[in-house]
Design a protein around this ligand. Sequence first.
Ligand SMILES: [Zn+2]
Length: 260
Amino acid sequence: MVKLYDLSQPLNQDFPFWPLYPPFEVKYIKRKSEHGVNAQYIMTSNHIGTHLDAPRHFVTHGKTVDQIPLEQLYGTGVVVDVTEAGELGLITPEMVESKIDVKERDIIVFYTGWVKYAWYQPTADEEKYTLLHPGMGRDMVEWMIKKKIKWFGVDTPSPDHPMNLPLGRFLPRVADRVRRLSEQKFGGPEAIKKLFPEEDYQLMHNALFPYDIVHVEHIGGQIEELLNGRKAIRTTLGAFPWLFKGGEAAFCRVVAFVEE
Ligand SMILES: [Zn+2]
């Protein structure tokens, strides 16, 4: 028997949108009483809710959503607990390899614990979720290229560390605080300069998309139920975006298919 675990977050207008991006809008354009039918209309960016970023998001002639084969989006992989990274922490390859063996062409879903702060949770904390999540750096880029990872998912708004995003660099009202907290965490301005150099802006996007290593943001749903207290598991995973021709990203449903 295969049991399905939905690793997607719910999405509606209450989902906190990515800073500097437009919000998710939904409204009824037909009602049963007047038109004999209920129909909705949405207006949105692609970068909200559980979604797959395609290479085109950062590479001019990069693959679009429809050009990523289903075989890349589905397959075996690991789900791994990296909660030790914590607020504004760096997730490292060692955090994964110390818990489970990762094979070439695996899929990886990272559980940072940040989904606890997602908007739909009883423990929701919109600022912590969006601004202070853990992220990844250079060592992870090199490791993922070596492992030829098919795709990876994170239960945060981005796999990039906030210091490599607008959040820690220039977002008004926010950047100073993110920088100050990061300096506290890593030991001052010099450490920050070394860990997050100018050229590493949006590193996990810019450095991996040329290799067609794509990622899913805002993983959630039953991820905690799936791990069930274990630090890592091997299972079958799939990310299923709509067949968006020319799309630089697309909403997707992420599913773990577990033999039980
Ligand atoms: Zn995105």
